[in-house]
Design a binder for this molecule. Sequence first.
Ligand SMILES: *Cc1c(COP(=O)(O)O)cnc(C)c1O
Length: 462
Amino acid sequence: MLFHSTRGKDTDKTFEEVLMQGLASDGGLFMPDSWPQVDMDHLKNLSSFLDVAKYIVPMYTGSSFDNKDVEKVLEKTWHDFEKKELIETFDIDKNLTVLELFHGPTAAFKDFGLQLAAAFFNKTLQVQNKTAIVFGATSGDTGSAAIDACKDFDLIKSFILIPDGNMSEIQRKQMTTVNRANVFPISVNGTFDDCQDIVKKGFKERSFLREDQYLLAVNSINWVRIIGQICYYFFASLKVNKFSEPLNFSVPTGNFGNVFACYAASKMGMPLSKIIVAVNSNDILDRFFKNNDYSKMDVTETISPSMDISVASNFERLLYDFYLNRDSKKCSDHYTHFLNNGIKIDEKVWKKSSELFLSYCINDDSTYECMQHFSENFNYIMDPHTAVAAKAAIKLNKTLSNKTVILSTAHPAKFPTALENAGINLDNIPKNLEKVLSMTEEDYKLSVSEDSIFNFIKEKNK
Ligand SMILES: *Cc1c(COP(=O)(O)O)cnc(C)c1O
């Protein structure tokens, strides 16, 4: 299996190239040349998440690694989960199930994609005898999952910029209490956007890199993260009904990586009824699915901060594959004009959406209300991101047939302020989080200037 860019320039890339490069050279996103097809009879007989992963992952890695080597990597990939099965389900009623993806070390679903990314980064560095720097900015869950996933690999040094404010104490402490020689959490007196700008400049200049060193991004467009997520959709379908009938999945959505993984699983043969794209007040995707209007607006801060986005990066993959029939010229044209004109596609083509997609926009008040509803009626406490997906599933219930799976993307203990505001009392918190809260923080405080940050990295990279 080889890969190419949605905008047409990069072609015939191996898994390893796509992994280490992240974004394509034309600004597009990497896609597999075709959708590998699963054998359902084989999948039906598997029982663990790891077995599913051992079947799915090699479908994408063959251009770079032996299947036997991949299996060995996978056996060590998903670690420090608090549940033996990695994923648990909670049945609300006969038509509604919550899929708990937050039992990993950082208590958010991002552990699935980032632990897989880190494992393959490390494998590649070992084979090529190189080292790497991970450089990124975070507004919440990505930074902690990236740091945790990379911390045991000495060939990788992580530098993560943490903007002041709008992050829960737990989220910050997950990054600042790691205490390893190859992990550098950097507190910056600026906003997330300031931090993003510096990261972008860093990727352009690369002034702090040594020769023969990779600079790795951990944002959600890396194809390897999508692979990790495809695995849990197959596992969920297996666990919920052994693929006996197509399910609906309600997905709390920001950058669209999680939704795209669901779509990819269906293209590979997983039975699927509908995907519910559930968003908070940052509604660019809801505007697209309802009105064929994909245009950028300012970010609004909400109580589900990991979904506060102005554009949904992975949407480009869906546009390319589902709507444009893999026409890279058209895809490239849309993105050339995106910032000025937004994206509006041919009306007939856009109507195709309803075959597969439903969307709903849930504001903060509805989110609180939903958290309260599940707590009072089902004694089930959910985090605000999960509540956005749960509320969307309830709102759309009448239009759905079959069973609906709500993806729970974070443990509620990560968002204590939202719980408090909803009047919900949580009395058990995961051991991983409890430990983090009791530790003292160590971080580096730098000003928001590129000089101070790039010099710091250079110094620590000697
Ligand atoms: C990142 C994140 C999301 C959004 O996922 P995307 O793949 O970016 O759509 C939702 N919930 C939580 C808790 C997250 O950390």
